[in-house]
Design a protein around this ligand. Sequence first.
Ligand code: EPZ
Length: 433
Amino acid sequence: MEKFHISGGKPLAGTVHIGGAKNAAVAIMPAVLLADEPCTIYNIPYIDDVIILADILEEVGAKVSLNSGGCAVIDGSSVTCNKAPYDMAKRMRASYYLLGVLLGKFGEAEIPLPGGCEIGARPIDQHIKGFEALGAKVDIEHGVVKARADRLVGNEIYLDVVSVGATINIMLAAVRAEGSTTIVNAAKEPHVVDVANFLNTMGARVKGAGTDTIRIKGVDRMNGCEYTIIPDQIEAGTFMIAAAATGGDVVVADVIPKHLESTTAKLLEMGMEVIEGDDYIRVRGIRKPRKVNIKTLPYPGFPTDLQQPISVLCSIAKGTSIITESLFDHRFRHVEELRRMGANIKVEDRVAIVEGVDALTGALVSATDLRAGAALIIAGLTAQGVTEVENIHYIDRGYEKIEKKLSAIGADIRRLKDGENLLKVISSNIAVR
Ligand code: EPZ
């Protein structure tokens, strides 16, 4: 198994360029199948979740050309299959967007219950509620969600829970339904808006994305187009927090600062210097962080996906921070690993009480999910000594070339192949010189 080998204590300095938003890309790629012509999508992050999704789209008959340069050309005009392969689809969460797309395109879809990071219960009852409101019959048999409708008819759908996935999935089905659909209590995340903008570029009629009420007028057909995905606010926030935690000075470039307002606010509250430009944010870790209280909330609240990374900054802050995870009931699995590095964190249900310590110390730790892995990298960067992070396949799902981006701004981080250890790497490097 590959792992990251990190020598900590080096302040990050320089400019890091942020890639396209994972959680927009994994919805926009299947959405292309709603059109009868090919689409070209730019700024797609070359990460494992995108690569797996491209394979799934090909399995259902789409033509996909995806390269590591961030561009994908997807043609859904020849898709005839309404079933996604079980073993592939259950490896990631976003495969469930094929439910909305294939229901919208064919009136029926059979998609395995989704996988995804194990951060707590991840039901899809709100997705199903939306599909049924549009006239579909939905059953779950042998781990497969089977949805079918003779015709999809617009309706008003009130989401009991603010859900990114349900908001997007219902939009994907409703853009091809007859008549008007209203989604009330909709999620407002930037990637929800990005998906709505993409659908409109294909000829859909979606209004109100970014507010809690989205109105959709169904259309008969949708056209091919070109589209550029927004920057990844979570990748950006991860690097902002890493800059603060290492006492560094980093320009996080190619971002939309407005999408990061809650993260900027918390870093300022913790005593960091944060300077916003038009398309960059500069973070300087000018002092030992001050304690802070954080409660994760749907956008524009503090994002749950940055809860684990910022808990590292809290673990070396002055004083005691309280972190409340409102969205997921099992998103503190990184705490056990941080404790191995000297963090002093108590977890009671959905609340973490983080007693700041002088410094973390390097250790062998394991990633348990995508953002936990990111948190452990940040911990290794700030810790005294060497940290090795295992199970980094979780991290590769959501961060493109993270070790290369970090090395370029001063981090001492290497990816060790399966069975490789650093002494061999160093001795082979010396031999090559
Ligand atoms: C998306 O997951 C993201 N994943 C997650 O990012 C992110 O943490 C989450 O939104 C919240 O922002 C993708 O976009 C692929 P939700 P999703 O539906 O859609 C409950 C990452 O690290 N709920 O907004 O699954 C649910 O249990 C990943 O990039 C229902 O009760 O999240 C949770 O408590 C991790 N019923 C809350 O809503 C439903 O039908 C928010 O979930 C759906 C959700």
